[in-house]
Design a protein around this ligand. Structure first.
Ligand code: MLT
Length: 331
């Protein structure tokens, strides 16, 4: 009851602030796009968000008849890249592809240079990605129970790599550490691509990251995997137990990605981008690559401004009381 009324109260200013496209249809450019479009990835090149974005960008560029260039603006848990897009001209030429951080940032960061809720016009959801708990390959543990015992015993020595506060790897790490009741020292990176390099090199010990970044390293034996964070096992990693099977029931998390334009982008442009996104998500090459990496594109009706907006609002409301109850903020 208390939770329901809290959500109701929280929802009022939030929904009022969320931007819907099409402030001025007269601005809509029917000949859009006439030049290259940039999609900002708020994390390092080569990481999971980057991987998803490059596949989407390549397919969208075919439908749009223009280059779609990916620009990595990593740092501060994705807020630097998000700020760049929120402050860009709302003309459809600068976009953002971001993950669950869009749902947590408005609560985690209280002093941002941009409007983390009202600064964007959602274009569509892209995918939902499972996470995996992984370590450097020579960690002396052979299953999740042993890993938990080891971390509890040696947590001064073992560290946890993430992509900054609000990043998916940070959230998954928080859930993992809470489930183990063992806080760890964290090492923040501009993305989990450089974190993965250090994990493979053995300079950091533990990470929880998206299958789009970890599947190939797991298959190659470059890192050790302990669990997937989904209720069911994954077809792409059939031998890896779920967190529940491995002894941490309730520790489940799935990451979502969506595409955004800056607030004020004309409705016709947002809708054109959404149509191109829907076409891209059916591209056979993209679907195959997503499947190989343990994720699926969202259904066509979810790659729309309305569906993305609704899902994003719900995620902000889901995380806000959790973050407020934890009292842990980024600033
Ligand atoms: C994350 O932890 O949020 C991601 O792995 C970010 C990234 O794409 O590097």
């Amino acid at each position: 009851m208390l939770r329901r009324s809290l959500l109701a109260v929280l929802s009022l200013p939030l929904f009022a602030a969320l931007s819907l496209p099409g402030a001025n249809p007269a601005q809509a450019q029917t000949d859009y796009p006439t030049r290259a479009i940039t999609i900002v990835v708020p994390f390092a090149a080569g990481g999971p968000t980057d991987t998803v974005t490059r596949l989407v960008a390549e397919s969208m560029s075919r439908d749009l008849g223009q280059s779609v260039v990916v620009e990595n603006v990593g740092g501060a848990g994705g807020t630097l890249g998000a700020a760049r897009v929120a402050q860009a001209r709302p003309d459809g030429y600068t976009l953002l592809l971001h993950h669950i951080g869009m749902g947590t940032t408005p609560s985690l960061y209280r002093r941002l240079s941009y409007d983390a809720v009202g600064g964007f016009a959602p274009v569509g959801l892209v995918t939902e990605v499972p996470m995996t708990i992984i370590t450097r390959k020579n960690i002396p543990a052979n299953n999740l129970q042993e890993l938990v015992v080891l971390i509890r015993k040696e947590r001064e020595k073992l560290n946890y790599a993430n992509a900054g506060i609000g990043a998916a790897s940070h959230l998954c790490g928080l859930l993992f550490q809470k489930a183990m009741d063992a806080p760890m020292t964290t090492v923040p990176y501009r993305g989990t691509a450089p974190a993965m390099t250090d994990l493979i090199g053995g300079t950091v010990d533990v990470m929880c990251d998206q299958t789009t970044n970890t599947t190939e390293q797991i298959r190659a034996g470059a890192v050790k995997v302990f669990a997937v964070t989904t209720p069911q096992r994954l077809a792409s990693l059939p031998d890896v137990p779920t967190t529940a099977e491995a002894g941490l029931p309730g520790m489940e998390v799935t990451i979502w990605h969506a595409l955004y334009a800056p607030k004020g982008t004309p409705e016709a442009i947002v809708n054109r981008l959404s149509r191109a996104l829907q076409v891209a998500l059916k591209d056979e090459k993209l679907v195959q690559r997503f499947t190989d990496l343990g994720t699926d594109p969202v259904a066509q009706e979810r790659a729309t401004p309305e569906a993305a907006s609704k899902f994003w609002q719900a995620d902000i409301l889901k995380w806000r009381p959790v973050i407020e109850a934890a009292g842990q903020y980024a600033d």
